[in-house]
Design a protein around this ligand. Structure first.
Ligand code: CU
Length: 162
């Protein structure tokens, strides 16, 4: 009888100790969690098209984003770490894509899935003809031109800056 009780006590103690250890470890893990996902949009850019020849940016608001308005396939400058919304007034016939090095597709407005669309920190969202994403360092490291998913002549440079 005494032995069984001792065994039970030991098991109880072991359970308690391992429980405490687990809690201690979970606390450590909390500090290792990635940065919070950014939801606030810093800057927006609206654009339209000139036939199948060019994208043309028509309006920029907010901060972190700059470009030349009403210029064909103008370069875009985006500050790293900010979240942006692209308003595509060119329509579904001109899906906006952001390419990566070696012409991989990082983000794509059409049914092609870009390699960073599921990235938690990029937090890519499509809302009608608008796309929203965060320019993470990882995305910035890979970023190459923007391009239309249907017309390769509709393309311009993206400069990711600090
Ligand atoms: Cu197009």
């Amino acid at each position: 009888m005494e032995r069984t009780r001792n065994l039970k006590l030991n098991i109880l103690l072991l359970t308690l100790v391992s429980g405490l250890l687990f809690l201690a470890c979970s606390d450590d893990k909390k500090e290792m969690e990635p940065m919070p996902v950014i939801e606030t949009i810093s800057g927006t850019v609206a654009f339209t098209n000139i036939g199948a020849r060019a994208f043309v940016f028509t309006a920029v608001t907010g901060s972190g984003i700059s470009t030349d308005l009403n210029v064909e396939n103008a370069p875009l400058t985006l500050k790293i770490g900010n979240r942006y919304q692209f308003i595509n007034n060119a329509g579904a016939g001109h899906p906006f894509q952001i390419l990566g090095i070696g012409n991989t597709i990082l983000l794509s407005q059409n049914n092609v899935e870009g390699t960073l669309e599921k990235d938690n920190q990029v937090n890519y969202q499509v809302d009608g003809m608008n796309i929203t994403f965060t320019l993470t360092q990882n995305l910035a490291d890979q970023i190459a031109p923007y391009i239309c998913g249907n017309h390769s002549s509709m393309s311009g440079r993206i400069n990711a800056v600090n």
